[in-house]
Design a binder for this molecule. Sequence first.
Ligand code: GDG
Length: 465
Amino acid sequence: MSERARFVVVANRLPVDRIVAEDGTVDWRTSPGGLVTALEPVMRKQGGAWIGWHGAPDEEVERFTHDGYSVVPIPLTSSEFEEYYEGFSNATLWPLYHDTVAFPEFHREWWDAYVVVNRRFAEAAAEVADEGATVWVQDYQLQLVPQMLRELRPDLRIGFFLHIPFPPVELFLQLPWRRKILEGLLGADLVGFQVAGAAANFLRLVRTRTDHKIERDHVRVGDRLCHAKAYPISIDTEGFAALAESPEVIAEAQALLDDLGHPKTVLLGVDRLDYTKGLRQRVRAIGELFEEGRLDPAEVVFLQVATPSRERVEEYKRLRDDIDLLVGRINSELGGVGRPPIVYRHAGFPRATMAAMYRIADVAVVTPLRDGMNLVAKEYVACHPGTDGALVLSEFAGAAKELKQAYLVNPYDLNDMKDVVLRAIEDPVEERRRRMRALKRQVKTHTIDAWADNFLGDLEKLSRR
Ligand code: GDG
């Protein structure tokens, strides 16, 4: 058997993407992401393994070493991909956990696939983890893994982090398999959430729906404790700031401004194309501001990037069509023959281009209907040079709990959103600076490294036996 690891991350996807060259040779490239950046040092120090799906259905890929840690690919069949991932994870749990902003679908065969795949991940972790090792399970796709793994390997220290919201009791109770999911999570020594309210929702459910005893922030599960606490995730603040200051990004920002015709004001939205991100409402609100003449298309441009996501799931197809239609209508009615008021791109971009967009945006408009955290808000604050920018942020993003000096909005209230966007543009420079300074302080002092250290530090402390 191959070497066992002292630190194991279990996530739906691997942190590497497979690159196939023209001659057919296969290589793996680290996919850019905060989680990988934060966990790599821990992996290096302790000897780590990352367990996850490699992205190609019906294919088996051997375990290999990448950048000094072990990569353990888990196979999924096409039908598992459809039922466990697109189905139960993204058409049942995702809408349910985001306050049912879209209707969750409940199908028994999707649940069955979810159980089968969770078991496969748990078995892989049980095989890879060294005696007494720490295993950190990530996110909503794998909520049964903590308990399954605990049964296989009671010696392990098990943490779980939920990246998305944990819903209020009344919504969670719709789930036919609610009890099994709660028990799944309770297999962990520490369950981390983005915000305190989510941990409270979880504890309230455990209190009302199980026989386990609760004391403050922990649950007694047989002879052990399961703790539930908030660990707001963050970004590699210094890394983003340095990227945004690099000569390449500064040049790209200049080229972007040239392309846009040097407008007086750039409004920016960056999101995965997802119905939780509030794109319909945002485009309508800003569209109305243009239509009513409160924003002048000659002076203001709204740049919206929507990265393709979950393209085979019905609700996402509908959203894509809606946004195309909405943007098309606004632009055709308002634009002159030059640049349209809304510049909309349905595409992914390199990180450097994202940083260039953050640089040139006078106002970032981040208005999800519900979001676990929202990293785009933090990335904007880290990347925008000086203190002249402004962040419009939804009250329904976890980030609003920390970024209190943002221009906070209720994205369900279009008039409020319109007024707040205007205020963010027109407020006296001193007011904008005061807010931006406070936001910068927050993201500088709360980084992704601190997040991982806090979680793993607590996991070690709380699970000491
Ligand atoms: C989940 C939770 C929570 C986007 N487009 C491109 C691109 N991105 C990057 C952004 C940012 C990330 O993707 C998106 O993160 P968010 O936090 O905004 O949203 P989710 O994807 O929904 O993430 C969320 C997060 O997990 C972490 O816990 O905050 O609440 O839903 O980093 O920059 N990156 C590149 N090109 C793009 O086109 N390179």
